[in-house]
Design a binder for this molecule. Sequence first.
Ligand code: KIV
Ligand code: ZN
Length: 497
Amino acid sequence: MSDRLFIFDTTLRDGEQVPGCQLNTIEKIQVARQLEALGVDVIEAGFPVSSPGDFNSVIEISKAVTWPTICALTRAVERDIDVAAEALQYAKRKRIHTGIGTSDSHIKYKFNSNREEIIERAVAAVKYARRYVEDVEFYAEDAGRTDNEYLARVVEAVIRAGATVVNIPDTTGYCLPAEYGEKIKYLVEHVDNIDRAIISTHCHNDLGMATANTISGVLNGARQVEVTINGIGERAGNTSLEEVAMILKCHNNIPIETNINTTKIYPTSRMVSSLMNMPVQPNKAIVGKNAFAHSSGIHQDGVLKNVQTYEIINPRDVGIDDNAIVLTARSGRAALRNRLDSLGVTLSQEKLDQVYEEFLRLADKKKEINDDDVLVLAGAERSLNHRIKLDYLQVTSGVGVQSVASIGLNISGEKFEDCASGNGPVDAAIKALKKIINRQMTLKEFTIQAISKGSDDVGKVHMQVEYDNHNYYGFGANTDIIAASVEAYIDCINKFK
Ligand code: KIV
Ligand code: ZN
């Protein structure tokens, strides 16, 4: 008989902590509903005490989804736990995730404390959380660098205090797979009451070992994994959900099952990437653009003879449909709605009509509309409420001449225009923009996402602009890459506090 592995998704908490990946509540609900359709068991919806936005998102996600347990993060602090319990009030199944650092460096430098006092604080937090909910998960932050004997004492004490799940995070992504597996095995063998709780993995990818460590933890007794879509998360990210799910599906000699509907993996990946403006690296396992592309002659020859020669996963198993209907200017609303559905986006009739109008405009400019275009169109209303909007942009540039740009902005209904010359068209356009928005702002990062198919494709620009000692992240998408760059800059400016 196979064991059940619980999938705990933290895209909306650990994933959302990434600079520039912040979502508004409506977008979080959209992702949470998609995670429910994907079949995750637990959704970590936020850290309610950290901001009113996080608090509100936990409330709204709790109302919006039915089956998954909704989890809220706290520190081992009573006020955090009070606020988390309040945010979880509408959840049909609820969990409080509380914890404290247990490695010697956390104990000494973060808490200026000692091992015994940390155990007392951990126990008190779990007991306090149990006053509100029956399901309490405890995290031993930096467990990856915590001495196993002490970790076992902490784990035993929190289970005695009522913890139902014990999370063993490799917070810094330091462990080797064998070492992390040994740690889980040590807990299984040395914690007397371990049968009263589920052991959870939570691995970061600083050394590229997050998935390997997670699988090693599972093979040694963990029965919950904490993961994110596309592996997004702090620094180098978290373990990616799609990798764990597909490893277990491909290696069917491992007697462990999840509830994941793998055909929803690709649409979920596209949705998260698009809403968070976070491109997926082309060679990313399972969901990267090249994950199923065979380019060398030898590989193509083998695949044509028998697909199993070089393919261990059927792309359809992860929801990639090569035969999907191609969308063009002649496609109707039904075809567009169908594609949006398969990408996990549900729109009201009114919104669909608006997106369809935009779709036709784009389809006039380019021959085929791909999934990324559709997601960009569906998310376009994010800029509708912007105070500053791009009215027009005209640029002349060429080889051996200075680029010149003139720009028109609509600021709260009033029109402004200016022009500038620059070192290339983007520089000229941004200089013209800065003449109207006269503030001390510095462009820190500028990424143009590769055009995937033709020269008429929509180009996407991600930007980071520093203003008043804060970094702001913006996004623009347009068939004209100069316009996309200016839109991204304006997106940043609209976020200035
Ligand atoms: O990486 C980590 O240790 C965490 C905890 C807060 C669970 O994200
Ligand atoms: Zn983490």
